[in-house]
Design a protein around this ligand. Sequence first.
Ligand code: XIL
Length: 348
Amino acid sequence: QVASLADRYESAFDIGAAVEPYQLNGRQGKILKHHYNSIVAENAMKPVSLQPEEGKWDWEGADKIVEFARKNDMNLRFHTLVWHSQVPDWFFLDEDGNPMVDETDEEKREENKELLLERMKTHIKTVVERYKDDVDSWDVVNEAIADGTPNERGLRESVWYQITGDEYIRVAFETARKYAGEDAMLYINDYNTEVETKRDHLYNLVKELKKDGVPIDGVGHQAHIQIGWPSIQQMKDSFNLFTSLGLDNQVTELDVSLYGWPPRPAYTSYDAIEEVRIQAQADRYEQIFNLYEDLKVDISSVTFWGIADNHTWLDDRAEEYNDGVGIDAPFLFDENYKVKPAFWKVID
Ligand code: XIL
């Protein structure tokens, strides 16, 4: 039995993994119990999974994950109450079944906004009331910031934004706090939080929200990163910036792709992956965990977006950019659940 990741970092932060309900058994279940003390649903707690039709709830997958966390005394992150993706279409249809975004009449637009915010509140209330005793950290709003600067504040122009402006963000946090209670930790989660422009847009937003008394406790940094990007300094600056606002930081979706962007050309089999890449990846993991540990007071949790290389959303992206054939291998465990060089760098 090899040393445990969670034990190694016990005094610094939680070590988590994103899972699908079927991964809780067998080999993967064993790895989870040994190496991780925190868990998050990769898809099972997204709006489309929980409330595919208005008022029709499907708790099966989510409940399994909650049960597993309970039984094994693990912390639970909830991902995610509000997002522009993986949210069912019915959320954004008006009373007549037409897309809210198409409405031009001012009065009706106002009605639609109220309707959408009501739906959001109902969703949040129902979910939070069910899981509040089990969840430690909530991703309340995911990916609210745009990659460029489509508007002065850099807010993503999602349907949420088009219909409510930034109100959906405020109301989401207020509703989450109302039902989750004072002790719940509420996060705004995003990717590329290391990139200066995006980071500063997020910073300005969070600062403004805090000033207005919106209950927000921390920033989730997804950290879908690459071997050579972003720099350690960029990561450090970002953590420090949000710490300066009195916020907690969590690393919420860590994976280190073997590729740049776009992921092309991609390896087409695990055997083809060159040793130098795996070594470079290991060195990279060493650097980032050194950083996380130096900053230990400011990071309460580090979650990988998967367990082992046989199951990663990055495969879909490698395929997408390589005519349907391509794999990635971003984790500490390989496709056969064997520890990789990166594992030892993280442990040592
Ligand atoms: C991804 C899942 O890993 C995939 O299985 C799914 O098809 C799409 O979503 N940012 C997020 C996560 O916040 O929810 C995404 O998860 C990855 C990017």
